[in-house]
Write a protein that binds this ligand. Structure first.
Ligand SMILES: [Zn+2]
Length: 457
């Protein structure tokens, strides 16, 4: 069990990590030919880290931070793959298979070790271009003939300064070592601005400052048209084959030309998705750079995107078919965007350590309340786009009006003017630092006729 040869020690660490990984993987299940769930390897090793040390003597001296990382990475990899397959199915991409066991023959010899605030895998700079990563461990009781503690030093050549890291990934086959860093926060400056955002299906986002943020719709619609054209072409190709129905045709394997169209359609869907995702990232970054506090409505997206209830039409009821699903696709895509924008804002703000704030407010009645006088009536909203107050005659774009309402609710929340329940959540969040130093700049440029400002404040 004891060796002075560093190569042997490194291989032992890699093997131990993979062994622990495969032990955890053996708990996963798959469907067999009879559609029964069975363990993917046929045999389950359900052990905790300490049990594994007892059961497998070669794991006894491996640092906990290595064994635990294997356990965690196995879980993350498994569920990330399950999610990836779901996304790929949705985006009309080819669906990969679920991951299996790691093998010594396939793939490199590697292991991961957590840093955990300096408990292991500590890096020390030796000179400008070299450093040492030390991995330390302890031999188990009763097996301490070679000493109690052991230590391996990995000399690394670095090309840049090492940022704070959370773990190291050692690839012993390639002789490389990767420091894995948390994502770098945005480089922001205090702006003392607060903004309200109303998200919708027509305009992706309306801001309380009077801006409408839209996806590049011309581009997306062009892709939509191209998809429709290709789908018609695909149908033609299926018809010429002379099968009675589509199912038989697909079962027979479809023609090469049909499948080629399928690939093109998939790529077009993916391009549309990429355009959307790109827009989301850029927009969320811009909003965070320009504003200290962002107020959004607390949408129940799960409820919004749920499949429509089956409605009976007296002729056997409603059954969702392919055509209906396609018709709803654009809408679904835009809706998933709504969630994506908030997700982007959420994680980017989370990295900023309290320098930015995301407030979620109750969206009820924001679209039918007047932002100038506060009068709330269903009839205020004349159409999807136009808002006209029945009380004071204030006219605006309906989305912009809602954005100002959301901003007002956010300001109420910040200053604790809401009801008791919401006030308590202000204390949970805590006021941002600049609240004591400066006043907020609220710029609702809603009323060009001199009615600007937020009278209710
Ligand atoms: Zn009004």
């Amino acid at each position: 069990m004891y060796s002075d040869d560093p190569g042997m020690v490194m291989e032992w660490l890699c093997d131990a990590w993979r062994c622990r990984f495969n032990q955890c993987r053996s708990k996963r299940r798959k469907y067999d030919a009879e559609h029964e769930l069975v363990p993917i390897g046929g045999h389950v090793t359900d052990l905790t880290c300490s049990q594994a040390r007892q059961a497998c003597p070669w794991l006894g001296a491996v640092p906990t931070l290595i064994l635990e990382s294997a356990q965690r990475i196995e879980t993350v990899e498994w569920y990330a793959n399950a999610k990836r397959r779901k996304t790929q199915r949705k985006q009309h991409q080819r669906i990969g298979r679920m991951p299996r066991f790691r093998s010594r023959k396939r793939g490199p010899l590697s292991f991961v070790c957590w840093y955990d605030g300096g408990r292991n895998a500590c890096y020390r700079q030796v000179n400008r271009s070299h450093g040492i990563v030390a991995i330390t461990g302890q031999n188990p009781v009763g097996r301490r003939t070679g000493g109690v503690r052991w230590r391996v030093e990995i000399h690394v050549r670095v090309s840049q300064s090492i940022r704070p890291y959370t773990s190291i990934i050692v690839n012993w086959s390639e002789r490389t070592l990767v420091f894995s860093n948390p994502p770098r926060p945005l480089d922001v400056a205090d702006t003392h601005r607060i903004i309200g955002i109303d998200r919708g299906a027509v305009h992706q986002a309306a801001t309380s400052g009077g801006g409408l943020l839209d996806l590049p719709k011309a581009k997306l619609m062009k892709i939509d048209r191209e998809i429709k054209r290709r789908q018609r072409a695909q149908t033609r190709k299926a018809k010429t084959a002379g099968y009675g129905n589509m199912r038989d045709y697909l079962k027979a394997g479809a023609s090469k030309r049909y499948r080629r169209e399928q690939t093109r359609i998939r790529l077009l869907y993916r391009r549309a998705h990429n355009i959307t995702a790109d827009w989301m990232q850029k927009t969320s970054t811009r909003l965070i750079m320009e504003n200290d506090v962002i107020v959004v409505e607390d949408l129940n997206l799960a409820g919004m995107t749920r499949a429509p209830k089956p409605k009976s039409d007296g002729h056997g009821g409603y059954r969702p078919n392919g055509r209906a699903a396609k018709r709803g696709l654009n809408r679904v895509m835009r809706r998933s965007c709504l969630g994506l924008l908030e997700t982007c804002l959420d994680y980017k703000i989370g990295l900023l350590d309290g320098r930015r704030m995301l407030i979620r407010v109750n969206p009820a009645y924001t679209s039918r309340t007047c932002a100038v006088c506060g009068y709330c009536d269903e009839e205020n909203r004349e159409s999807q786009a136009v808002f006209r107050c029945k009380h004071c005659g204030h006219t605006a774009n309906a989305d912009l009006n809602a954005a100002v309402n959301i901003l007002i609710r956010g300001v109420h929340r910040l200053s604790g003017m809401d009801d008791a329940r919401q006030t308590s959540s202000v204390q949970d969040v805590g006021s941002p630092l600049w609240m004591s130093r400066a006043t907020l700049v609220c710029e609702p440029r809603l009323a060009p006729d001199g009615l600007g400002g937020i009278p209710r404040l």
